[in-house]
Structures are given as structure tokens and as C-alpha cells.
Design a protein around this ligand. Structure first.
Ligand code: DAH
Length: 356
């Protein structure tokens, strides 16, 4: 066929091919006039029909109309396809991944929390002592100077105060108030109560949080936990104290742990000792955690100084006893072989989840 429409099929195929390559609605909008509108080759062909006779023009017009309809249909398909793809893209971007939600965002109702390692260690230690016949008591974390120091035979300006770098609470006159530097003041509360109630003897342990102005390191935290122990009874000897220490360390750490007592000094006990266990990080060979000694100090202990009994109105000729105090965090560290104690306070889920 000759005449103005002799290449119509090729033109239409060219236009359809072009429509196929369009990749976005924006591109389609930009190119539509050149494909099917006033600037398209079909519009130019339309103009060229003017010179045909009426019959030929009608036929050619109909063919051209059909060709335009094909191109417009292809453009319509293309627009729908692109719009659907765009909708999918937006939906995908907005999609809530329920898998993610369950495992990370709303776990509280699905995965209950659990006590931290220190709380768990405290409960385990309490169990050990309860099994040995002790009661569990607690005391305040904010203490007057009298309870934290003086009643424990540490008068103001006593050089032993240097053993405890103290946080002071500024409440003004008349008393000096401190964050307790150890759980030993709870001994004093307990003895006072026992005197008032006439409920001697005492066999108690007193766990709780303590504070010291220490720079945290592998073995120290500024806020830490201790268990205090106190026995006030008749005829108590150092052998009873040593037996209690040996029994509880074996019960808690296992029978292959070695314990040793070393002579020491505390103002509230006489004689005094420090007790240590073999470092559980290096099993005695020496490492950074134990400063290469092979031993880790758990706490102090000793026979109650008569001055402490007298300060609370207990007759030291009738009653005697012993006391001890040691770190809960330190026990957790040794039992679970945690090289650096600061891991206990860093709230790293990878650490915490190991103790769930
Ligand atoms: N309170 C001491 C401290 O924190 C430890 C201690 C030593 C407690 C001897 C005692 C004791 O009850 O008798 O360093």
C-alpha cells in the first residue's frame, strides 16, 4: 500500500515499543504528547490526509483512528501498571514486619523480664545462710554518721575512716548523714532492736546496697552490694566464725574452692581477718582480675569488739559474737567468671540474657 499511511504499522509498532520502555508515571506524563498527543507521529499523519480524496480520507482516517486507539490503550495499560508498581512500593516501604515487632518492639508481654544477676546472687546467698540457721534482715541505705562509723568504734577523725571513701548527704545540722559505705551499720540497728525487745541471741545476715567514692575498675563499683553477718550469743569463738565462712563459701562456690583467712584490721572486730577465695577467673595462677595474686578478697570478718557491744548496751562479759561482711557483686563475678565487674552495670542485653 502506498500513500501517507504506508508506514503506519511500523509507526505504531515503534510507538508501542517506546511505551514499553517507560519506567515511571512522571516519564509517561512527559512523553505522552509525543506518543499519542498533538506532537505524535500519528497527529502528523492525520494532517497529511488532507490531500486525499474523500473516500480514501475516510478509510485512512478510520485506520488512523484504530492505530491511535491501540497506542492509547497501550499507554493506559502502561499507566495502570506503573501506578500499581508505585502503590506496591509505597506499601512495602510502610509495611509493618510482624516478625520484627514480636522479637524487638513489644516483647514485654511475650518475654517476661528476669531478676538481674546481682539480685539472683543475693537470693542464692540468702538461701545458703537460711539453710545454716540465719535470719535475713535489712537496714537503711542512708545512715547517720553514728550508725555508719561511731557505733562501730570509728570516732570522727579516726584514721580508719580512710578505709571508706564516703558520699555525704547534705541535710544540714545537726547530724552528719552518709550513704552507707558498708552494711555493718545494720548490725547496730539489729543489736539495738534485740536489746530493746530482749530478743538476744542474734544469728542474722543483712544484704543490701552500699556506696563508696571509688573509681570503678575490674573489681570495684561505686554502688555495690554486701551481705553482713552477725552472731551474738554465749560462748562464741573464732572457730565458729571460720566454720561459717568455710561452710558458706563451699555451699556457694563449690567444694573445690579454697578459702583463706588473713589477719587484718577493722575497728569493730578484734581479732579481725580478711577472707579470700581462689580467683575463679584464673583458678589461682594469677590474672588481671586478681592483680596476679591468684586470690580474690570477698570481705572482712572478726570477733565483735567489746566496745561495739557496749555502745548498744550489750554486756560483753555475758555475750560475745562475730561479724562478717562481703561483696555480693564480687561473689557473682567469681561464680560466673566475669573478668570485669563493670559488666554488671552496663545493661548490655547480650550480657544480661546469659543470666535469665
Ligand atoms: N564492713 C567492712 C567493709 O565493708 C567488712 C567487714 C569487716 C564487716 C569485718 C564485718 C566485719 O562485719 O566484722 O569493708
Amino acid at each position: 500500500m502506498t500513500g501517507p499511511l504506508e508506514n503506519l504499522d511500523a509507526v505504531v509498532n515503534g510507538l508501542l515499543g517506546e511505551v514499553d520502555t517507560i519506567a515511571s508515571i512522571e516519564e509517561l506524563d512527559a512523553r505522552e504528547p509525543a506518543l499519542a498527543g498533538r506532537r505524535s507521529p500519528l497527529a502528523a499523519l492525520q494532517k497529511s490526509l488532507g490531500g486525499l480524496d474523500p473516500d480514501a480520507r475516510r478509510d485512512a482516517g478510520a485506520r488512523l483512528q484504530a492505530a491511535r486507539a491501540r497506542v492509547e490503550a497501550a499507554i493506559g495499560d502502561c499507566r495502570r501498571r506503573l501506578a500499581a508498581a508505585e502503590r506496591d512500593r509505597l506499601l512495602e516501604a510502610d509495611r509493618l514486619d510482624l516478625g520484627d515487632v514480636v522479637t524487638s518492639t513489644v516483647p514485654d508481654t511475650l518475654r517476661a523480664g528476669h531478676p538481674g544477676l546481682v539480685a539472683r546472687t543475693q537470693a542464692e546467698l540468702e538461701d545458703v545462710f537460711v539453710a545454716m540457721g540465719f535470719r535475713v534482715a535489712e537496714g537503711p541505705e542512708v545512715e547517720s554518721d553514728w550508725y555508719n562509723f561511731e557505733a562501730l568504734n570509728i570516732p570522727p577523725a579516726h584514721p580508719a575512716r580512710g578505709m571508706w571513701d564516703t558520699f555525704y548527704v547534705d541535710l544540714g545540722e545537726p547530724e552528719t548523714v552518709v550513704l552507707r559505705t558498708h552494711t555493718s551499720p545494720t548490725q547496730v540497728h539489729l543489736m539495738e532492736t534485740a536489746v530493746r525487745d530482749g530478743s538476744l541471741p542474734i544469728h542474722s545476715v543483712m544484704p543490701g546496697r552500699c556506696y563508696r567514692r571509688d573509681t570503678p575498675d575490674a573489681r570495684h563499683l561505686a554502688a555495690f552490694h554486701q551481705v553482713e553477718g552477725l552472731v551474738v550469743d554465749r560462748g562464741i569463738t573464732f572457730a565458729d566464725l571460720a566454720g561459717v565462712i568455710e561452710t558458706f563459701t563451699r555451699a556457694y562456690f563449690g567444694t573445690d574452692v579454697e578459702t583463706r583467712l588473713r589477719p587484718s584490721y577493722f575497728p569493730f572486730t578484734e581479732p579481725s581477718a580478711e577472707f579470700e577465695i581462689t580467683c575463679q577467673i584464673c583458678h589461682g595462677t594469677g590474672c588481671r582480675t586478681c592483680s596476679h595474686t591468684g586470690w580474690i578478697e570477698l570481705g572482712g570478718c572478726g570477733m565483735l569488739d567489746p566496745a561495739v557491744l557496749e555502745a548498744v548496751g550489750i554486756d560483753p562479759d555475758e555475750w560475745s559474737g562475730f561479724a562478717f561482711g562481703f561483696g555480693i557483686d564480687r561473689c557473682a563475678q567469681m561464680r560466673h567468671e566475669i573478668a570485669d565487674m563493670r559488666a554488671l552495670t552496663e545493661n548490655d542485653a547480650r550480657f544480661l540474657e546469659q543470666f535469665s
